[in-house]
Design a protein around this ligand. Structure first.
Ligand SMILES: [Zn+2]
Length: 466
């Protein structure tokens, strides 16, 4: 995603929006509009002062991740024959190092120290067949895609380190050590290749089986249903996007689990920041409930140890909520926050007369907040729901109420605000330094060309020089 200020020039779209046919069509549509002065004042009045620790409650370590993907033709002569590539980068920032990185007076970033941080970053890559590529002689692109997903997710991506980083193991662990493509659900009960009904059950030591009907291999990773969007001749862009989304959250779960297994107390000193909402969309969406449950279990253990809940922050740079806040930002004083409860979201952002009873019921594991910092920058961030499941007191309607009750979040909201304040930089309207570093790492390709650090330093140079 491009950052604000890095996008290409606007325009282009305006010509056809002025077209009378388009104007007539728009007149029949509902969409997000600039609120009137009175409406905006009413919206703004429901914001409250943002909590702040005194002193700020900051972690000792921050892990930020960002993912990028590309679908690239394998040669100029074969534009429709593509290979997919997903790259997830993690940047670990030690707060004491960061203190040295930024001059507190000028907020100038030392480029050499920032480059050191980059040397600590670890990109993890996944290669997949794109359109018109059949992997391992599979009988279809889709079956080849399934094979490739399993091959990639069952590989140890720790690159010879002391730990193992195998996402199919993480997937099983999130599911209590066992995954069934059972007969109960219409989609899961079938062989993903021939659609014959069989029961496929997987465990850490058995992650692959053979379909009794067609003989095709069936994999534990088929549970993610990523292949369902793949066709023989269409492009696989949407499957790749779902894969990237699922992998980013699985990696988050894997890293958290590793720290937890080694020393749960260490988690209380860390914060994890992910680029995007705390949600998993499309075919693998059911993974969101496993993430929610695992975070809830970990928090229960941390509570036993008299420690604070795990701080995971999802930051959204774009999307409808950011569109919305850009409309109302000028009406908001600095240093305010609001929980984005369903009623507010439906009324002001979705414009929906028949809203769902629980926004994000099938996808979200974290709650969105709108936060305008004391310096006047605006953020849409999320922290995990403080519940182990969406069935609270026997009801999902009750959950929809309680997820917007800020008193349920303990210290999480205050700590998220402190973290964002600490890392906000003038350059990024809705991103913060760790995410910017991870983003740069994820988006640079084999050839050097990333300019983010240059931009960080240049912006601060010009500011301190003025
Ligand atoms: Zn089969």
């Amino acid at each position: 995603m491009p950052y604000n200020g890095q996008t290409a020039g606007k325009g282009g779209h305006s010509d056809f929006v002025r077209n009378p046919d388009v104007q007539n069509f728009l007149a029949e549509c509902d969409y997000l509009r600039q609120p009137s002065e009175a409406e905006a004042q009413e919206m703004a009045s429901s914001f409250t002062p943002a909590p702040a620790g005194n002193p700020p409650r900051l972690p000792e370590y921050v892990v930020a991740s960002d993912a990028s993907k590309s679908d690239t033709p394998i040669s100029d002569k074969l534009p429709s024959t593509q290979i997919g590539f997903i790259k997830v980068s993690h940047v670990l920032i030690t707060m004491s190092d960061y203190a040295e990185l930024i001059d507190p007076k000028t907020r100038f970033v030392d480029p050499f120290k920032a480059a050191d941080l980059h040397r600590n970053a670890a990109p993890i890559t996944y290669t997949l067949p794109g359109s018109n590529v059949r992997f391992q002689n599979a009988k279809s692109v889709k079956d080849g895609f399934r094979r490739a997903v399993f091959r990639q997710l069952s590989a140890d991506k720790a690159n010879g380190g002391a730990n193992r980083l195998i996402l199919s193991d993480t997937l099983l662990a999130l599911n209590g050590g066992q995954i069934s493509l059972g007969k109960s659900s219409a989609h899961d009960g079938l062989c993903p290749s021939c659609n014959a009904e069989h029961e496929f059950t997987f465990m850490p030591e058995v992650q692959q089986k053979s379909c009794p009907s067609c003989g095709e291999p069936v994999f534990v990773t088929d549970w993610l249903r990523l292949h369902e969007d793949v066709s023989d001749f269409g492009n696989n862009t949407s499957a790749m996007t779902r894969m990237m989304n699922a992998v980013e959250h699985l990696l988050l779960a894997a890293l958290i689990q590793q720290v937890f297994d080694a020393n749960p107390r260490a988690l209380a000193k860390m914060a994890f920041i992910i680029d995007g909402p705390l949600a998993i969309f499309g075919q693998p969406a059911k993974l969101h409930a496993r993430m929610m449950a695992r975070i809830g279990e970990i928090n229960a253990r941390l509570q036993q140890l008299s420690l604070e809940p795990l701080l995971i922050v999802g930051l959204q740079k774009t999307g409808e909520v950011m569109d919305y806040v850009s409309l109302i930002s000028r009406f908001l004083p600095n240093g305010v926050i609001r929980v984005l409860d369903d009623e507010y979201r439906n009324r002001y952002i979705k414009g929906n007369d028949a809203p769902s009873s629980n926004f994000g019921n099938e996808t979200y594991y974290g709650q969105d907040f709108i936060f305008k910092t004391e310096r006047g920058r605006i953020f849409n961030f999320a922290v995990p729901y403080p519940f182990i499941s969406k069935n609270v007191q026997g009801s999902s309607a009750r959950f929809a109420q309680l997820k917007a009750d800020t008193s349920r979040y303990g210290s999480l909201i205050e700590r998220a605000c402190d973290l964002i304040r600490h890392f906000e930089l003038d350059l990024y309207q809705s991103a913060i330094v760790p995410v910017a570093l991870a983003h740069r790492h994820a988006s640079i390709s084999i050839t050097p060309g990333g300019k983010v650090l240059d931009i960080i330093t240049k912006t601060n140079l010009s500011r301190s020089g003025s």
